[in-house]
Design a protein around this ligand. Sequence first.
Ligand code: ADP
Ligand code: MG
Length: 343
Amino acid sequence: MSRSKPAPLEPDTKVGGYRIVRKLASGGFGVVYLALTQDGQRVAIKEYLPASLVERPAGEMIPVADPEKLSLYRLGLKSFFEEGRSLAQISHPSVVGVLNFFRENETVYMVMNYLEGASLQEFIIIARDLKRKKIFRESTIRSLYDEILQGLRVVHQHKMLHLDIKPANIFVTDDDKPILIDFGAAREVIGQEDRRFRPMYTPGFAAPEMYKRDASFGPWTDIYAVGSCIYASMTGYPPYEATQRLEKDRLPMQLSKLRGIYSDNLIEIVEWCMALDPLARPQSVFNLQKELGAEHPRRYTQLSLSEKLRMQFDELVTDTKARVDKARQVTGLAGQFGGRDKP
Ligand SMILES: Nc1ncnc2c1ncn2[C@@H]1O[C@H](COP(=O)(O)OP(=O)(O)O)[C@@H](O)[C@H]1O
Ligand SMILES: [Mg+2]
């Protein structure tokens, strides 16, 4: 049965002494509004309103959870509350500031500094459409991630992990400051054994250990995501999902295409952050910051002709294989082709 999404609060609704101006965004877990304080300051308010668990007719305030989903709803509510509580302890220019959080209408609200700008994802898409060789300049990438890492380091110092770092969760303000947002998946997991709450993951940005039941997370888990974000800032696209990489890792080939465009050192940093083995990655943000900020003279190693040819051949094989697989899916004739591909 399809059902409608719960309605957002209407403009001019009052919650916790704030006045809703309009909805800014809505995701699976809630709605973000622009609102005003009593003295007219702009704030952003995030309301816990999981679309798959509750209903709310337009004009109503209180979301109603389906009875059989009530325990899930409460669990999510607790974790949303944790997001606010954790964030409230942190004050850093690269981490979104939480001003207040409160319960009302049988749900939870988190009040944040209102940020003006756009997410890094939007910038990447715009840059990608320009079809230049580089998405961002190397110096831009280095300074952007240096600022993000300063914030992330403080998050880790508070024994928290973000666990959902991706370009959509990096906000770039109109005065060019990158800010980490959306700590919905954040957990005080460092040294914590309770594994009941496995966070959601975003393909391409989630480290391989996030797909495993019994793996332990650490700063290296967020660092994998940072590496993926840097990759997306160089190529315009997310990298292949970790599970696919475990089968056949095309990352080295994709990175070698960036040679001559970005410095060898930046390419090596991405490779280091995105190592499939957690132990082979930088183990702390500080390790990574040192390398990203190091003043090495930049070396650019161009691809040799034979490497270019090998890469083209590799792509041809991959493309052909993908086309054959697609054709099989479409025609449903997989069995008649007798199973495996010839290498
Ligand atoms: N503090 C804020 N100021 C302005 N806009 C915000 C703020 N926080 C979130 N947003 C907007 O809401 C969107 C979703 O917020 P986010 O925290 O990522 O929630 P989710 O992805 O879980 O829906 C962001 O991409 C951004 O456009
Ligand atoms: Mg988000």
